[in-house]
Design a protein around this ligand. Structure first.
Ligand SMILES: [Zn+2]
Length: 131
């Protein structure tokens, strides 16, 4: 029996989470993805894209997803203290998806909507530098 462990507004988010779980050896399935690709504006009406795992894997899957969120927070804090290499300002903004997600994307997940942004944006001089 499949259990829904998470819901996502966009199919690519569910795809990333599924890839993450599968990289940890947890089988995962996406429900409603086809419907939402066809009519993605209605995804909220349908309750989003559901990520499901077999019942025996529920706890392990939730743990993996929770750890990933913590990892993302750590990366965010790391980046916040970056200084702009052009003007030295610390008034910078994170412009890169998490390393782990980037790696999964690199593995070849196919979706067109992923907002790939790379590097650090300086709010003072506007420079985007590679992190
Ligand atoms: Zn700058």
């Amino acid at each position: 029996m499949l259990v829904t462990i998470s819901r996502y507004s966009f199919p690519y988010e569910a795809q990333l989470a599924r890839a993450l779980l599968e990289s940890e050896g947890i089988p995962a399935f996406i429900a409603d993805e086809h419907t939402i690709n066809m009519q993605w504006l209605y995804s909220d009406a349908l309750g989003g894209v559901r990520l499901q795992v077999p019942e025996p894997y529920v706890q392990a899957a939730q743990k993996v997803l929770a750890e990933d969120r913590e990892q993302a927070l750590v990366e965010q804090q790391d980046i916040d203290i970056r200084h702009c290499p052009r003007c030295g300002s610390a008034n910078t903004e994170y412009h890169q998806i998490g390393r782990r997600w980037a790696f999964l994307v690199f593995l070849g997940i196919n979706f067109p909507l992923f907002p790939v942004r790379d590097g650090i944006l300086c709010r003072d001089c506007g420079r985007v530098s590679k992190s």
